[in-house]
Design a protein around this ligand. Sequence first.
Ligand SMILES: [Mn+2]
Length: 259
Amino acid sequence: MSAIYAIGDIHGHYEKLVKLLCGAGLINEQVKWSGSSKTLCFMGDFVDRGPDGVGTVELVMRLQSEAAEVGGRVLAVMGNHDLYIPMVQQYPDAVTEQGFAFRSVWLRNGGLISDLEDFTTEQIHWLANLPVMLLVGDKLIIHADSLLYTNYGKTVDEVNQAVATLFAESDLPGIGQLMKRFATREAFLDSEQGVRIAADFLATYGGSQIIHGHTPITTITGQPSSEITEPLVYANGLCVNIDGGMYMGGSGFVHIIRS
Ligand SMILES: [Mn+2]
């Protein structure tokens, strides 16, 4: 299989994304797909915090169809911030178990009213229907370094189906619970337990390595995001964090997986 290109949490940083894609030869100067039959994989959290969530989603959706036309693939999993958009847009009055409006929780977590107003129905539908896990070659792609996925099934398909059903059935308590679970992180980080937990996770869902975003590398290593240009490989090589902290001053990076 040819190389897989993976990019972490973009959080509305459209300009940074264009620069990364251009640098990797995946788009040309007209911002059109030039990656031929390559595979590009996004870790989710396309929106919130940064200036242009709508432009970011628009670009990723367009690249999906441009890549497909020439035998390439642009894949994406859902991040917790992507989940907020359809939730807040479709159910503006919904409240959490504790009685807080989801809208205010979203705003406190970097939600932008300007983005919300500009999303098209098609884009909202796309966000709500993103898979939460993907097995690409021998890499298991998830947004969060969390065990939340294990609540939804024992295979990648089961998990994706169960999450999709929450939206299809307008299961607001279920979506609320998913959001809460999505707030967890660092499940594989513990130096003693992490390797075992990651190995169990891979044994359940397949793949030989977990690729994730969600937890900016700077929050683990203390290295400033502006200096982070490569992934954090940990848990004996079973896990790869590719969140360069694009909303924290990082340029982000493209993680190229050769197999
Ligand atoms: Mn996240």
